[in-house]
Design a protein around this ligand. Structure first.
Ligand SMILES: NC(=O)c1ccc[n+]([C@@H]2O[C@H](COP(=O)([O-])OP(=O)(O)OC[C@H]3O[C@@H](n4cnc5c(N)ncnc54)[C@H](O)[C@@H]3O)[C@@H](O)[C@H]2O)c1
Length: 417
């Protein structure tokens, strides 16, 4: 297969690589590649000023062999069907790798959420949810937050779905506010998982957190808390960024103070006191121990991979390294802890939330964090062991495990009719 740079191309190259290692035949390879369902919906929105804006929304259920579809919803201007298909495929392998009984899905609306008022965002979300009522559901397909969406968006989706079905359906989404059936520990789950994956990789290489410098691209839900947890655990976070630019301090940044700075109206990390301003491109090329891309896909490419000086990349984002960049990084000895492992903590705790919703029973934050650590460490150990045994990169090993489990589910279930 020829190497492309789009997320879908990257996802297909990774699948083809895993299929080859697993010895899957062409039919099974096709079955695993093709999304089970792809839905495109029109989302008409009445703006506050009376104008009608017609947006496009998507939901892709990539694979259902291991359980109901699971995956986030993204509000971002560059969202399109190809991107959503790639993200849905990665969710399938991630859920399988984490050992949770879900298939993979993803959704989104092509929109810049920052241009909408809160009331517009609510109307848009509810209309999109209403279009998907026949598709989503606690036993069918369970959305969660992703770029540009948050727990309030999940509450609106749950409420819209519940209004249509005539009963409160907590289990239709995860990442909800705790007041409407969310779980303790979900808000920081992806970031905690990133920290656990980083520390597992460092431990294996005999490196202590206190000796580690970190740069984080993306200071959103995943990146900000990942920076904060890593700093709290002893690492020196020297740079972070958002879409407007990056800030750097060789002495180390205080992510908690930066979060307050952003929340208190600055709306960006840029301009934070006692820091130098960098571009996002410069942040990716800093001489640090650990680089955590936690913004969007395709930021480390064949063009800039050779200039990455980090010793390790831990993928907080989905698909931040293209298939063409991977071999360049490997050649230069850069260890990549892949997305389907490194950011699997989010879907793990989403699963815990859904289980609590189905049981009508609440766990403590301690229980959630303990079980998260168990799943992350188990997944890391399995990936690392297979990588050593078969001489694979961590990404290849992670995909061999995830894809292999989904292929096995297909084989065991058989083909209908
Ligand atoms: N939210 C989750 O639980 C979760 C779970 C697993 C994976 N992810 C992945 O993590 C990534 C980030 O998701 P999030 O939920 O934190 O999103 P978010 O919207 O909360 O934050 C995104 C951050 O990235 C920045 N950003 C956007 N475009 C950028 C660009 N071109 N260059 C630099 N920075 C840019 C934004 O300014 C923001 O700081 C995505 O790839 C998402 O799929 C999220």
């Amino acid at each position: 297969m020829s190497l492309g740079a789009s997320p879908w191309d990257t996802a297909c190259v990774q699948l083809a690589d895993a299929a080859r290692h697993l010895g899957l035949d062409d039919g099974m390879h096709d079955l695993l590649r093709m999304p089970r369902r792809s839905v495109t919906v029109s989302v008409p929105l009445r703006r506050d000023d009376g104008q009608l804006l017609v947006l496009t929304g998507y939901r892709v259920q990539h694979n259902l062999a291991r359980g109901p579809a699971k995956g986030g919803i993204r509000f971002h201007p560059s969202t399109d069907l190809e991107e959503v298909k790639a993200l849905a495929m990665w969710m399938t392998w991630k859920c399988a790798l984490m050992g949770i009984p879900y298939g993979g899905a993803k959704g989104g609306i092509a929109v810049e959420p920052g241009m909408l008022s809160d009331r517009e965002r609510e109307r848009m979300t509810r209309r999109y949810a209403a279009e998907l009522v026949g598709l989503i559901g606690p036993a069918n397909d369970i959305p969660a937050p992703d770029m540009g969406t948050d727990e309030q968006v999940m509450a609106w989706i749950m409420d819209t779905y519940s209004a249509h079905t005539g009963h409160t359906a907590h289990g239709v989404v995860t990442g909800k506010p705790v007041s409407v059936g969310g779980t303790a520990g979900r808000a920081g789950a992806t970031s905690r998982g990133v920290q656990l994956a980083t520390f597992a990789a460092l431990r294996e290489r005999g490196v202590a957190p206190a000796d580690v410098t970190v740069a984080v691209q993306g200071f959103g839900k995943v990146g900000a808390l990942a920076a904060r947890y890593l700093r709290d655990a002893g690492c020196r976070v020297v740079a972070v960024s958002d879409v407007k630019g990056a800030v750097y301090s060789s002495r180390g940044l205080d992510p908690a103070a930066l979060m307050s700075h952003v929340a208190d109206g600055a709306d960006t990390v840029v301009g934070f006191a006692d820091t130098d301003t960098l571009t996002n491109a410069e942040l990716l090329e800093l001489d640090v121990d650990v680089l955590i891309p936690a913004a969007r896909e395709g930021v480390v490419t064949a063009e800039n991979a050779g200039r990455v000086r980090a010793k390790m990349i831990v993928e907080g984002a989905n698909g931040p390294v293209t298939a063409q960049a991977d071999p360049v990084l490997a050649e230069n000895g850069v260890v990549v802890v892949p997305d389907i492992l490194a950011n699997g903590g989010g879907v793990a705790v989403s699963y815990f939330e859904w289980v609590q919703n189905l049981q009508g029973y609440l766990w403590s934050e301690g229980q959630v964090n303990e079980r998260l650590a168990e799943l992350m460490e188990r997944a890391y150990a399995q990936v690392s062991a297979l990588a050593r045994e078969r001489g694979l990169a961590l990404r290849e090993a992670a995909h061999v495990i995830g894809v292999g489990r989904v292929a096995e589910a297909h084989q065991t279930r058989g083909l209908y009719p």
